[in-house]
Design a protein around this ligand. Structure first.
Ligand code: ADP
Ligand code: MG
Length: 256
């Protein structure tokens, strides 16, 4: 039975998609069976997995509104060696369609049930909002992985997300917990980043992952080649950090 994790943070550009794609590929490289769900209409996780978002016959949109079962919409990412439930701009309309459907927060959860036995990990790349799409992600998951940059304002945004997760836990999904905070785009030369990083550790303790992803241009270049960073340049520091993070996740799920 798969363990299901959302990669969430309501801010854009904080490294959600980079984390989703690279964790998926790193887990797959470690022999895990992985499904990555792209839940963002921007379709960046889809493109970053080497799948053309324009040419999709079916996508996560069709699954959410009930036009296709998940098994018919998923595709194999050859680049990452995992399965992908892809997304494109069709998903932008889902928000409105979903409002009128029954179990609107649970559409993804219900769809995933049919494939949980096929995977060890299901990762959900959330959009940069606390919308009905993100709610579908949070209602499907056992836990949330929060990528964050060690900047002053990151801590402010974090409290909104933590409150949302608490509400979802209380009202919609008793399984949901915060698995951990992942420091990304880290630059150890910046004193402020070191301070915020230390603050995170003292406040959140072992909820802060040991792996730290540095700012690394190879991770940013990889999507334009349709490859996860850990495949594009495995030796690069950013890739090595995601490979270490995958090991940490494999260890951590044993304790859940
Ligand atoms: P989000 O999904 O939260 O919007 P992305 O993963 O798309 O964020 O990252 C935003 C931008 O930052 C992208 O251009 C991505 O390539 C770049 N990026 C992400 N992580 C790193 C990193 N560790 N080092 C350098 N660039 C990064
Ligand atoms: Mg993204």
């Amino acid at each position: 039975m798969a363990r299901i994790f959302c990669i969430a943070n309501q801010k854009g550009g904080v490294g959600k998609t980079t984390t989703s794609v690279n964790l998926a590929a790193a887990l797959a490289a470690a022999g895990q069976r992985v499904l990555l769900v792209d839940l963002d209409p921007q379709g960046n996780a889809t493109m970053g997995s080497g799948i053309n978002k324009q040419g999709l016959e079916k996508s996560v949109y069709h699954v959410l509104v009930g036009l296709a079962p998940l098994a018919e919409a998923r595709v194999g990412s050859e680049a990452g060696r995992y399965d992908l439930l892809p997304a494109n701009r069709d998903l932008a309309g889902a928000e409105i369609d979903l409002v009128e459907l029954p179990r609107r927060e649970n559409r993804l959860r219900d769809a995933i049930k049919a494939v949980v036995a096929d995977y060890d990990f299901i990762l959900i790349d959330c959009p940069p909002s606390l919308s009905l799409l993100t709610l579908n992600g949070l209602c499907s998951a056992h836990g949330v992985i929060i990528p964050m940059q060690c900047e002053y304002y990151a801590l402010e945004g974090l409290s909104d997300l933590v409150n949302t997760i608490k509400k979802v836990h209380a009202n919609l999904n008793r399984d949901l917990k915060i698995i951990g905070l992942l420091r990304v785009m880290f630059d150890p030369r910046m004193t402020l980043q070191q301070q915020v990083s230390a603050q995170l550790e003292s406040h959140f303790g072992d909820k802060v992952f040991k792996a730290i992803v540095p700012r690394n241009v190879r991770l940013a270049e990889a999507p334009s080649h349709g490859l996860p960073g850990v495949v594009f340049d495995k030796a690069a520091k950013g890739a090595q950090a995601y490979l270490a993070f995958a090991k940490e996740m494999i260890e951590r799920v044993q304790t859940l």
